[in-house]
Design a protein around this ligand. Structure first.
Ligand SMILES: Nc1ncnc2c1ncn2[C@@H]1O[C@H](COP(=O)(O)OP(=O)(O)OP(=O)(O)O)[C@@H](O)[C@H]1O
Ligand SMILES: O=C(O)c1cc(-c2cccc(F)c2)nc2ccccc12
Ligand SMILES: [Mg+2]
Length: 273
């Protein structure tokens, strides 16, 4: 009925399709809205689990931020609703799934494919930073690919308004975090520039630059020292861009507009914006 147009959705408005995967809290399914037959992804989060982990505030922030974002390479959050047990997020469906799984399957990406994804990321981050939003959790698991092969930044669980001094303890991999965050210092939008450099390295090499399987501590040390070794098979232009992003001092990292004008991007990507 008309009441749906101003966003009062309920579970019975949707036919639920195949499961898309399970995250820490999210179980996502393909779903089809019954009246319009619109295909989306419905992400279900269990309230009791959210309460236990005290991440309701983070979820509300994620929802608040993502509903207002409109960019071709940022996954749309069309709306949300909740019932007694769960919170439901109505998300844009990205049929090709996580970049993480593609990278695992292929080992690494060609310079053309990597440059396309990095350009799309840079364009999305430029938009995000123009809204004073920093993502802070850029990693292959949080990047999805749609049916057209285009990248979509998903999972705004860690995004905040810049600048910020993190209060939450870090969880999960340190691989993508810049020195200022692993050292618990104040940070700003330039943290996403560092993560873009880590991502570019991993797309071309297949593993993140500071990974040390021995321990978190060892990875931490390598990040803080910017202990970077780029293999010889990585092109000169790609090496140059990686090095210009993986700078210890956030103020020295290449700004996004210059990333989009970098020779490596221009060589592989038609109109990058
Ligand atoms: N919009 C979507 N389109 C296609 N697949 C999706 C979509 N959203 C989520 N998925 C898939 O469902 C899985 C679980 O969703 P998601 O990762 O968002 O849960 P989560 O709560 O973020 O868990 P975590 O924080 O551990 O990643 C993801 O790994 C992803 O593969
Ligand atoms: O019972 C509630 O009012 C409730 C609402 C929401 C919620 C509502 C809109 C957006 C959003 F992100 C979260 N999250 C919860 C998480 C745990 C327990 C209860 C709730
Ligand atoms: Mg996720």
């Amino acid at each position: 009925g008309d009441d749906n147009f101003n966003g009062h959705w309920k579970l019975s408005d949707f036919d639920i399709g195949r499961p898309l995967g399970k995250g820490k809290f999210g179980r996502a399914y393909v779903a089809r809205e019954k009246n319009t037959e619109f295909i989306c992804a419905l992400k279900m989060l269990v309230k009791s689990e959210l309460e236990e982990s005290k991440i309701e505030k983070q979820l509300r922030r994620e929802v608040e931020i993502q509903t207002h974002l409109r960019h071709p390479h940022i996954l749309r959050l069309y709306g949300y609703f909740h019932d007694s047990k769960r919170v439901y997020l109505i998300l844009e469906y990205a049929s090709e799934g996580e970049v993480y799984k593609l990278l695992q399957k292929q080992g690494s990406f060609s310079e053309e494919v990597a440059a396309k994804y990095i350009a799309q990321m840079a364009s999305a981050l430029e938009y995000l930073h123009s809204k004073h939003v920093i993502h802070r959790d850029i990693k292959p698991e949080n990047l999805l690919i749609n049916a057209h092969g285009d990248l979509k930044i998903a999972d705004f669980g860690w995004s905040v308004h810049a600048p910020n001094s993190r209060r939450r303890t870090l969880c999960g991999t340190l691989d993508y975090l810049p020195p200022e965050m692993v050292e618990g210092r104040d940070h700003n939008a330039s943290v996403d520039l560092w993560s873009l450099g880590v991502l570019m390295y991993e797309f071309l090499v297949g593993v993140p630059p500071f990974e040390d399987l021995q321990s978190h501590k060892a990875t931490y040390r390598r990040i803080a020292r910017v202990d970077l070794h780029i293999p010889p098979y990585v092109s000169r232009e790609a090496s140059d861009l990686i090095t210009r992003l993986l700078q210890y001092d956030g103020a020295k990292r290449l700004p996004l507009n210059e990333v989009l004008d970098h020779p490596w991007i221009l060589k592989h990507v038609l109109d990058p914006r």
